[in-house]
Design a protein around this ligand. Sequence first.
Ligand code: FES
Length: 112
Amino acid sequence: MITVRFVTPGPHGPVQDREVEVPPDGRSLMKAAVDAGIDGIAADCGGSLTCATCHVFVTEPWLERLPPVSADEDTMLDYTADERRANSRLSCQIHLTPELDGLTVELPKRQY
Ligand code: FES
């Protein structure tokens, strides 16, 4: 199992900070979040890269360890409800492998 951490930042520290154990079988970070009932990942399209409601901010050093953003993901990142940042990714495009044990992402304020 690998551990992934979902953080909802607030003005005085995290308002939600959850660690989830996930089999390292390549499932998406979005699926891991939905299965664990993480608030803030809507994933309306179920991972078909058409909704941008699985937006996350990837913390360092994890961002540089991820595969690059594809052209389609880059396009969809322009439609996120919360502001797009340099560390924005769509969690349905992040596949969990053993190398990502400890991956930590922040959740945006909103997904709609
Ligand atoms: S779940 Fe819709 S774009 Fe990721």
